[in-house]
Design a protein around this ligand. Structure first.
Ligand code: SF4
Ligand code: SF4
Length: 381
C-alpha cells in the first residue's frame, strides 16, 4: 500500500502554556510527567511573553494557561493581559488553590475569558484523599468566586474506578454550583495514572452505569449545563486521534520552554524536542523533527499503514504505543488489531476481578520524592 506524503501543515490553533509543574496537590492521576521533579527549570516572564507573541503571529487563537498549578506563578496576570491584548481567547486550568478574591478580580481585569476548575470528586473524603490535600471546601469557595466574576463555570472531573460510582452526585454538585459545562474525563493511562492503573481502571459495568446516568442527566438538564463524557479508549477499543493529529492543532510549551506536540510527548525516545529559548516557534512548528516525525500517515508501519481507519485515528497515541508496546511508531495497543493489544486486554480482565485483581503496589501519590525515585526507574508498561 502506498503511503501518503506529509500533509500540508496549517498553523497551530491552540497554544498551551504549561507555566509550571509545581502544584500543591498530589493527584494519583496527574498528567504531568512522572519525572517532573527533575525538570524544575521555568521560563521567566520575558520568555513567556515572547512565546505568546510568536504563537499569535503563527496563527494561534486560543491560549490555555495550565500547569501544575498556574496560579503559583505571580506573573500570571501579566501573561493573561498580554495574551488578551494580542487577541487570544484565554483560559486558565486550575485546581483552584491560590484563586483568592483579589486574584480573581485581577485576572478578570486582565481580560481572562474562562476558568476551568477541577474537582477530584463530589465527596470531601474522596476529593481530599485523591489529591492528598484538604482542598474540597476551598474548591467550593473558588466556584463561588468564578460565578461572582461572571466567568462561564467550567468544571472538570477525572473519572476512574474510585469515583465513577459517584457520577450522579458529581453531576448534581456541578448543577448546584451553577456549572455551564462539566467535563467527565475518563482517565487516560499516562504518567501518574499509568503508575496507578490497577487501582483506577473501572469495570465495564461501572462504565455502562456511568454512561446511563450521564445520559439521564443530559435529558434532565437540557440547555442548563453541557455534559461531556470523554469515553475511555481502553474500554472502547478505539484508538483516539491523539491531540487531533500530531502537530496539526496543538502546540504545548512545557515550563522549561521545551515545545511539544502534546504534553506527554517528551517521554518518547530518540526524538529531540526543541526549546523556545533556542528556536522560534515558527521553526519549531514547521521545521523541527519533533513536530514532523509523526505528522500525517507516512511514518506508519503495519497494521496501521494499510488500515482503512488510518486517516480517522492516525494510529492512536504515540505515547501509549511507547508505554505499552515500547515502540512509538507501533499501532496504539488499545486497538484490537495491534499485536500488543493483549496488554490492554489483560488490564481490563484484571479490572473485572473483585477489587481490581491483586494489587501489589499501593497507590502512588504525585510528589517530588516519588518523582525523583521513578525518574531512575524504567518506564512502566
Ligand atoms: S492533576 Fe492534580 S497534582 Fe497534577 S497538576 Fe493537576 S491539580 Fe496538580
Ligand atoms: S490498525 Fe492502526 S490505523 Fe487501524 S484502527 Fe488500529 S490504530 Fe487505527
Amino acid at each position: 500500500m502506498e503511503l501518503k506524503p506529509p500533509p500540508t501543515v496549517g498553523p497551530p490553533l491552540w497554544l498551551l502554556a504549561e507555566l509550571t509543574y509545581r502544584c500543591p496537590l498530589h493527584c494519583v492521576f496527574c498528567y504531568n510527567p512522572v519525572d517532573y521533579a527533575t525538570q524544575a527549570d521555568e521560563l521567566d516572564t520575558e520568555g513567556w511573553l515572547r512565546v505568546l507573541h510568536e504563537g499569535r503571529a503563527l496563527g494561534a487563537v486560543q491560549c490555555g494557561f495550565s500547569g501544575g498549578e498556574p496560579l503559583l506563578r505571580d506573573d500570571l496576570e501579566v501573561l493573561v493581559a498580554e495574551a488578551r491584548k494580542l487577541g487570544y481567547y484565554t483560559n486558565l486550568l486550575t485546581s483552584g488553590v491560590g484563586l483568592t478574591a483579589a486574584r480573581a478580580e485581577a485576572l478578570k481585569a486582565a481580560g481572562l475569558d474562562h476558568v476551568q476548575l477541577s474537582f477530584q470528586d463530589s465527596t470531601r473524603e474522596v476529593n481530599d484523599f485523591l489529591s492528598h490535600t484538604k482542598t474540597f471546601a476551598l474548591k467550593y469557595q473558588v466556584a463561588g468566586l468564578i460565578k461572582a466574576q461572571g466567568w462561564p463555570m467550567v468544571m472538570n472531573v477525572v473519572i476512574h474506578r474510585l469515583n465513577i460510582d459517584h457520577i450522579d452526585r458529581i453531576i448534581a454538585m456541578a448543577d448546584e454550583l451553577g456549572a455551564e459545562y462539566l467535563e467527565l474525563a475518563n482517565t487516560q493511562y499516562y504518567s501518574w495514572a499509568l503508575e496507578n492503573r490497577e487501582h483506577l481502571l473501572p469495570t465495564a459495568a461501572q462504565l455502562r452505569q456511568a454512561e446511563a446516568t450521564t445520559a439521564r442527566w443530559r435529558e434532565q438538564l437540557g440547555e442548563r449545563m453541557r455534559l461531556f463524557f470523554v469515553a475511555p479508549d481502553y474500554h472502547d477499543g478505539r484508538p483516539k486521534k491523539c491531540v487531533n493529529g500530531w502537530g496539526s492543532m496543538f502546540l504545548t510549551v512545557a515550563p522549561d520552554g521545551t515545545a511539544l506536540p502534546c504534553h506527554t510527548a517528551r517521554m518518547l525516545p530518540g526524538l529531540a524536542f526543541p526549546n523556545v529559548r533556542e528556536h522560534s516557534l515558527r521553526h519549531i512548528w514547521y521545521e523541527s523533527e519533533g513536530f514532523n516525525r509523526y505528522r500525517g500517515t507516512g511514518w506508519m508501519k503495519e497494521p496501521c499503514s494499510s488500515c482503512d481507519q488510518r486517516e480517522q485515528d492516525l494510529g492512536g497515541c504515540r505515547c501509549q504505543a511507547y508505554m505499552l508496546a515500547q515502540d512509538p511508531a507501533a499501532a496504539d495497543p488499545v486497538c484490537p488489531k495491534s499485536p500488543h493489544h493483549g496488554v490492554v486486554a489483560q488490564a481490563l480482565a484484571r479490572a473485572e476481578q473483585p477489587g481490581g485483581g491483586v494489587v501489589e503496589r499501593p497507590l502512588v501519590f504525585r510528589d517530588a520524592a516519588t518523582s525523583r525515585r521513578l525518574a531512575q526507574a524504567a518506564p512502566p508498561g
